[in-house]
Design a protein around this ligand. Sequence first.
Ligand code: NAD
Length: 484
Amino acid sequence: MKVIQNYIDGRFVSGKRQFADVNPADGTLIAQVTEADDAQVDEAVNAARRAVQGEWGRLGIRERTSRLHRVADAIEKRFDCFVQAEVADTGKPISLASRLDVPRAAANFRVFADLVKMAGLESFQAETPDGAGALNYAVRKPLGVVGVITPWNLPLLLLTWKVAPALACGNSVVVKPSEETPATATLLAEAMQDAGIPRGVYNVLHGFGPGSAGEFLTQHSGVDAITFTGESKTGAAIMKSVASTVKPLSFELGGKNAAIVFADCNFEEAVSGLSDAVFLNTGQVCLCAERVYVERKIFDSFVEALKRKAEGLHPGWPSDEKTDLGPLISAQHREKVLSYYRLADEEGATVITGGGVPKFGDNRDQGFYVQPTIYTGLPESARCVKEEIFGPVCHVAPFDSEEQAVAMANDTKYGLAASIWTSDLKRGHRVAQQMKVGITWVNCWFLRDLRTPFGGAGLSGIGREGGMHSLNFYSELNNICIRL
Ligand code: NAD
């Protein structure tokens, strides 16, 4: 049986305990994973400290960023390995992993390497009371050792989204990927070796959250900052855990995202865009729309068209190029999603399509598939309309005015993303600017420019990453004031 090891100080290392890595498509065992204990967390943090104080810390920006370009090249050289590992761990369709996850991982390294080289810094010239004047300018320094904790839904994409800017700014990292998807973080260690990234700069610890590698990492006094993507309630636990050591935190958390579809939209484009926004990656993207508000005039025809899209999806083996709907990540997550399907019934929803588990008549019946599901008819106060489900499911509700649509979309404790579908450009701007979220798309969804700010309001996060915002989080700015 394959064993996925921790990667500490440039070496792959085993440990005393192991846990299972399961293929969500059929429930079979992919590998055993080494769980890092607190001594290994300590070793990794110490190795990361030595790396920032050693060769890595001394490299000039030109050499550092050229090695990050080499990491991108090394990912591309191992493209098929990364795709296969990601597909096996997550159950996502191979077409998605090849088009999105792995290319984005390489892009993350290139974009942040280039950005840090180009980034300017503030400077101010001021007059002093005696007329001598002063020049203020800032220099960028690494924070030191950054703890990176990531989820299972876009494992490599989200991990590199944090690792790339952290390394570009000269930090070292200790990463704790999700226990559900350990493979690609470990493969990335091989790419780091190929690219000449010195030992200790990139360390991988496998394990769980509380009482395991995740918590040990957040509590470690040698970690200078924590960047985390995952559930809002985990963010709250991490916040408590780091409080006594006062570390900078960046949180990208959950969502209950809304889409607003106006009657003047391009109907076909809106249906197709919403079908992606609800069902992509089996609804397991933090940006997915679980609440769809449709202007009453087109409500029935829109629901009917979205239903046809849902029923046209092809749930299949993740390695089949034709598959566009994979399983959910785990038996436990499927139970959570199915509990919301049952709750929707109890709350009085009308089931437009789905609501259950597909039957295949082969080994996929031991996997964690659910049907793509559309509900209507729930009150806005229903738990299914309020709580993040994180599956291939949405509730569609009608609205009569722009004001009402904005109020319904904003009536949530989350604030990650929204999408607006309209042919009226003025309305697009007007409504977008009223959304209480980190990102609003107009007539599109999940179109990402890595230079833009990314993050959430409310329960959806703290801070922004992306472009200069990442560089600012992963560095310490030192202002220098010179009396002239
Ligand atoms: P999760 O919070 O359960 O786990 C995320 C990571 O945190 C895992 O590595 C886990 O082991 C670790 N962890 C759990 N408890 C911990 C603790 N007490 N201390 C330290 N580490 C701990 O999230 P998940 O189920 O893996 O991912 C799904 C969630 O992530 C959804 O809520 C989704 O919306 C959110 N998400 C947000 C974004 C974003 O950019 N805002 C992106 C993707 C996913």
